[in-house]
Design a protein around this ligand. Structure first.
Ligand code: HEC
Ligand code: HEC
Length: 351
């Protein structure tokens, strides 16, 4: 390089230019990591959120992606990102496009003409076992064992969800049914199983879920994903008491960690806060066997936080609320067991 002063200057200039460019436009990768990767994973393989591979993105429009980010999937974990700026949403969509090297397929917004009454028959025969009668993907028979392999991370999407129906065009729904999403268990119905007319009919039926949308369930005071308890002790004593109670209950305790993002991130980070992680391996393995995605929201954590006035609170996952994020009845028993344990430990600590 020393021998080529001009080249060196050019490189420096280019670097400065790139830095200026980067400062001007929001960074899609960074935004994706901050807002999306917890559920869709950094590489987009999916987890709590659906996978976002190239095969899928090639068959959804930019409009669908924008609306999905804005509307979310109410009641299905995916938040509505109302506070991101338009430029930020654009940057995320651009990032998804660049990463997967896909383009907007240019679907029109025309309504598919189909017979919803016949579509219902098609739906009951071919779709109900995974997406359930009401399209939520939750319900009798749609647990892990019915709708997907145990080792399999993806659960059927809610196709009656207002966020989905408000984002997807009829053409897109048609394409999903025709081509399937084979990497995650949604079968393709276009290779002989259903005629084009049948698919139109079932699209009309799926669209009719829109009219049957019930008002969202009221959220009770206990319905937050986190229980908050006041501790009668100071920060250090609270932590020591929790550890004593956990050890007494035969839990193994892992090293403390400062609070990371997760169910408790509504608290400001400049307080003294620490997460005590523990587990009873039998319970943990039992859960992971039923629902591998639980690894991501591992419920074995008590977070202790000191408020500015010195009082201390303990935050514990509200497993009844969190368990609704997973449509899996098998888990309920285990979660109830965990809730009971949590309650006993809190009683012991606060006494
Ligand atoms: C807290 C978890 C969570 C976060 C954070 C999240 N998502 Fe999702 N996302 C989901 C879930 C769950 C679904 C599927 C909903 C369903 O099953 O009905 C979903 C669905 C989607 C879909 C629709 C996929 C399809 O097959 O049609 C897209 C696109 C998407 N998310 C993009 C994003 C982007 C971009 C971000 C960040 C701005 C984001 N998500 C943040 C959980 C999340
Ligand atoms: C074996 C289970 C199974 C069956 C049967 C099934 N689906 Fe799916 N479906 C899935 C899964 C899993 C997904 C999520 C896949 C993904 O996006 O990666 C899905 C996704 C979808 C989506 C896209 C939702 C979104 O958020 O992007 C639509 C639309 C859909 N299914 C409609 C249907 C219709 C209509 C039928 C019947 C003709 C049907 N499915 C049958 C499992 C199934």
């Amino acid at each position: 390089m020393q021998k080529f002063p001009l080249l060196r200057r050019l490189c420096a200039l280019l670097l400065a230019f790139a830095a200026a460019q980067a400062a001007a436009a929001p960074d899609g990768l960074e935004l994706y990591i901050a807002h999306c990767s917890a559920c869709h994973r950094v590489e987009g393989q999916g987890g709590i959120g659906l996978p976002l591979p190239a095969e899928k993105l090639a068959e959804v429009t930019d409009d669908y992606l924008h609306k999905t980010i804005r509307l979310g999937r109410p009641g299905r974990v995916m938040p509505a990102f109302e506070r991101l700026s338009d430029a930020q949403v654009d940057a995320i969509v651009r990032f998804l496009r660049e990463r997967t090297e896909t383009k907007d397929p240019g679907f029109d917004n025309d309504q598919v003409v189909g017979d919803a009454a016949h579509g219902e028959l098609v739906y009951n025969e071919h779709c109900i076992k995974c997406h359930a009668a009401d399209g939520t993907g939750e319900g009798e028979g749609t647990g892990v064992t019915q709708s997907r392999e145990r080792s399999f991370l993806v659960m059927p999407a809610s196709i009656s969800n207002s966020g989905f129906l408000g984002s997807a065009s009829d053409r897109m729904i048609h394409t999903v049914v025709e081509h399937g999403r084979r990497w995650s268990g949604m079968p393709a119905f276009g290779d002989g199983k259903l005629s084009d007319g049948d698919i139109n009919d079932v699209v009309a039926y799926v669209r009719s879920f829109e009219q049957r949308q019930s008002a969202p369930e009221a959220i009770g005071p206990d319905e937050r994903p986190t229980h908050i308890y006041e501790s009668p002790h100071d920060f250090e004593t609270t932590i020591a008491n929790i550890k004593t109670a956990l050890t007494g209950a035969n839990f193994r305790i892992f090293p403390d960690r400062f609070v990371e993002q997760g169910v408790t991130d509504e608290f400001s980070v400049n307080q003294r806060q620490v997460g005590i992680r523990f587990c009873n391996f039998n319970v943990l393995y039992g859960m992971l066997k039923i629902e591998p995605r639980l690894g991501i929201v591992l419920p074995c954590r008590i977070t202790v936080m000191e408020r500015p006035d010195g009082t201390v609170i303990m935050a514990i996952p509200n497993l009844r609320v969190v368990s609704r994020w997973f449509n899996n009845d098998e888990l309920v028993g285990l979660w109830d067991q965990m809730e009971e344990t949590f309650t006993e430990i809190i009683d012991e600590v606060t006494l």
